[in-house]
Design a protein around this ligand. Structure first.
Ligand SMILES: *Cc1c(COP(=O)(O)O)cnc(C)c1O
Length: 368
């Protein structure tokens, strides 16, 4: 499939859809801008040192500097990048652009990130679940790629959401299998690889497949490794034809200027060096914490993780949760998820915080 053919997978009623034409989308030149009903004065609260008082203007929908910086970071061309309000927006855009409302299906592989199903349900789209396989003793979760392909074909799904490294499982998916799945579904569906935790994994990004696979989309975010969750900046990496379609479905001004400024600073070399050093620390701490938890008699299993968290099964998850909470430590209770009735998800903290976790759990009442 050529890069342009991916538009064949887009909703037929949206293929010629232009979206909202904002005042910003016209390529006019001038010194006095009176075309968008903005204020001619800056707000006194608009810090001129940070944004040059520029917040009074509607922002550039896709600032070239940000697109360029994200493209450099993720090893793709700027035309393969759509910047948006975190991966949450990207998930929603993909569902809306590819699935007609009240029609069609997406495939997910539980246990997984909840937003894929939420976006699909809000759009009236059926959710087909192909649960991950749990391997034997101490093995990681794995994806049943054949079953995913079969179910996607049977349901006529337009989207397959994969998460790598997975949330909450922590395991990365083999790229060859993702590649083969995209090839098999190339006339039918876009395969989405959510790499919200990609920085913490060793394996290369699925973005390395984009040159060959037009029906692939990779989701990245500055929320986790880059420590900018509140700035709400994420990116879709995909073929330029698909990026264009998603842009036309996106809100006219998705990126607040102060957030873009912050992201650009975070993507400058000095900040990136700090981020990389912290990612390295998380990787070391993750293995240290995993070993310490394994040694706790109240812990049934700690899954191997390529992310910045550990999924952990307990003999008595309530006691573990309570012991942590008594020490002021809040972790994610996973017990409501199918197959995870005894599990908690613990984010990797600073070395000191991780020691507190180990200490708090050593005081946990172990059920007989
Ligand atoms: C945290 C998380 C996200 C959310 O990313 P935002 O960019 O903050 O919206 C996306 N996907 C997964 C799997 C996550 O765990």
């Amino acid at each position: 499939m050529s890069a342009t053919d991916v538009t064949a997978l887009v909703r037929p009623d949206l293929r010629a859809f232009a979206g909202y034409r904002s005042a910003r989308s016209e390529s006019l030149r001038g010194d006095v801008w009176l075309n968008a009903n903005e204020s001619p004065w800056a707000n006194p609260a608009d810090d001129p040192s940070a944004t040059a008082g520029g917040v009074r203007r509607y922002p550039d929908p896709q600032p070239a500097a940000l697109r360029q910086a994200l493209a450099g970071l993720y090893g793709v061309a700027p035309g393969q990048v759509l910047a948006g309000r975190g991966s949450d927006e990207a998930i929603d855009l993909l569902v809306r652009a590819l699935c007609a409302p009240g029609d069609g299906a997406i495939v997910i592989t539980t246990p997984t990130f909840g937003m894929y199903a939420v976006s699909a349900r809000l759009h009236g789209v059926r959710v087909v679940d192909v649960p991950l396989l749990e391997a034997g003793c101490n093995g990681a979760y794995s994806c049943d790629f054949d079953a995913v392909a079969e179910q996607a074909e049977a349901a006529g799904a337009r989207l397959v959401f994969l998460c790598s490294p997975g949330n909450p499982t922590g395991s990365a998916l083999p790229l060859e299998a993702v590649d083969a799945l995209a090839t098999r579904l190339e006339r039918q569906a876009v395969v989405v690889v959510d790499e919200a935790y990609g920085e913490f994994a060793q394996a290369p990004s699925a973005a390395t497949l984009l040159a060959r696979r037009a029906n692939l989309a990779v989701l990245r975010t500055l929320s986790k490794a880059h420590a900018l969750a509140a700035a709400r900046i994420g990116a879709v990496l995909a073929a330029p034809a698909l990026i264009d379609v998603l842009r036309r479905c996106q809100a006219p001004y998705p990126l607040p200027t102060p957030c873009v400024e912050l992201a650009l600073h975070a993507l400058a070399p000095e900040a990136l060096d700090v981020t990389r050093a912290r990612v390295a620390t998380v990787r070391v701490e993750r293995e240290r914490l995993r070993e310490a938890l394994q040694a706790n008699p109240g812990v049934r299993r700690v899954y191997p993780s390529d992310a910045n968290f550990l999924l952990c099964r307990f003999a008595d998850a309530q006691s573990a949760f309570d012991a942590l909470l008594a020490a002021g430590i809040v972790v994610r209770d996973m017990r409501a998820m199918a197959g995870l009735g005894d599990a908690l998800r613990i984010s990797i903290g600073t070395p000191e915080q991780n020691r507190w976790v180990v200490e708090a759990l050593s005081n946990m009442a172990v059920a007989a």
